[in-house]
Write a protein that binds this ligand. Sequence first.
Ligand SMILES: [Zn+2]
Ligand SMILES: [Zn+2]
Length: 256
Amino acid sequence: MEIRFLGVHNLESADTKLMSLLIDSMLALDAGSITSTLSFEEQQRIKSILISHHHFDHVRDLATLGLANLDWGTKKLYSMQEVLDVISGNLLNGVHYPEMTQIPTPENPSLLPCVINVGEPMNIDGYSVLALPMVHGIPTVGYEVTDGEGKSIFYTSDTTQGIDDCWQHVSPDLLVIETTLSDSMRDSAIKSKHMCPSLLAETLLGFKKAKGHIPPTVVVHMNPAYEEQIGKEIAMASKEIDADILLGYEGMSIVI
Ligand SMILES: [Zn+2]
Ligand SMILES: [Zn+2]
C-alpha cells in the first residue's frame, strides 16, 4: 500500500496544503487538497473519497473535483449521513456551486454520496474500511483502511484526547494522527478538540497500553505558525515514549 500525503496542514498557502491523503492512487482520505495538488490524470484515477467530517479544510476540493469529474464517470463519496447532508446542503447545493451529487444525471452523478455505518467494516474498491468515532467539535470519524495483503493505515483526522477506546478495534501498520498546536497551547488544544505533542504522547501511550506497542506514526494537520515548535516537541516526545514519530510534509510518500 502506498500512502501519499497531499496536504498535511490546517491552513493553505503557497507552501502548505489542506488535509488529504491518497492511497494507491485511487482512494482519497479527506478532500482538502485533491485538485490543488494532483494532475487531471491523477484526479481521474480516484475512485472513492472518504470524508472524516465536514470542516472546510477537509472537504474544500470536493467542489472543484466534482466539476472536473463531470466527464469521467461517477466517484463515490463516503461519510456519515449527517456529514453528507451538510456537504450536499451547503457546498454542493446548486447555489454556492453546481449540485455535483445530481449532475450530469441523478442516476450517475459526478459524486455519489454513500453512507458509512460507524463501527461496521465495509468493502470499498477492494479495501476493508472501518470508520470509528473520534473526539472533535462535530461528528468525526477516523478510518482504518486495510488492503488485500492485510496492510493497514489508521487515519484519525481531527481529534483530541479521549480516543483510547478505539485502539482495541484497529491494528495499523501506520498511524496518521493530527497535532495542530504546540504544547504552550495545550489548553487551547483541549478546548478546540485538537492535539498538541504532549496530548499526542499520552494518546500513543494509550495505544501501547491496549496493544503492547506504538505503531510507526506520522503527524499531520499542523498549524504552520507553530510547526517548528511542534517538530521540536514531537522529537522530544518520541524519545521519551520510545516511539517512531515523523512530521508529515506535502509530497511525502510511504509504502507499507
Ligand atoms: Zn475539524
Ligand atoms: Zn481540520
